[in-house]
Ligand binder design. Sequence first.
Ligand code: SAH
Length: 267
Amino acid sequence: MKLEQAIARLAPVLDEFQPGHVWLAGAGPGNAGALTLDVLSALAQADAVVYDALVDGSVLNVAPNAELHFMGKRGGRESVRQDEITAQLIALAGLGKRVLRLKGGDPYIFGRGGEEALALARAGIPYRILPGVTSAFGAMASVGIPATMRGINKAIILATGHAAGSPEDLDWAALAKTGQPIVVYMGLKNLSRIVASLLEGGLNSSTPVAVVMAATTPDERIVISNLGGIEQAALAAGIASPALIVVGEIVSMRAELTDLAARMRSA
Ligand code: SAH
């Protein structure tokens, strides 16, 4: 059965995008397959799409008649200020447009969706959230690292490495002490600081670590090492942003799973 037929059979009852409303949506980690039907429908109905750097251009093809506003990091320049983004959303909604604010991954996970929702609520603009597959879970699924595994972990920590080393940084040593795997967003630049803090927190330098770049896209790459070696390994491999750092025993499951898969193929 073709995709169009499958969607026709599902006959999803999706909300109508009202003029003057803002939908804060997540486009998922990169591949079109992880888009939700809600987001697809929002793209088809939007008058204006305000998107960030992590949204793939192919997704925007679904909204050929919408005005497109890029609001994100451009070639190493600082991000657009958050207050400029919210002002833009409010202004477009005030003009009676159906405004789709589209972010990579999930809007509420390190996407500043909470701040945007707050600003819209304060301005009296009706809005809703359309969740997306966050890159951590997209990446782990893509490279074969289970996010939780009975006997290995009982929790999983999603952390930002953005402020690593600064006074408002989080307590990495405390995270390390939980013994639970940690997935770090925006951590590549601060990888050495993060590694040092985790080692100080008591993690062994042999703890497995994966760095996954551009997960779920054609540019996806993975580097596997341990806490002691990951910095050098990521550097040697030329890993660049966007990348996630996965720290913990769950990373070692990947080798087992890929070995088994290879053996089955050759059997
Ligand atoms: N809201 C997004 C995260 C935005 S913060 C989400 O839910 O995924 C930006 C960070 O997300 C990047 O620095 C990187 O750590 C991570 N990221 C986003 N997309 C990624 C991808 N395809 N592969 C690897 N990391 C990604």
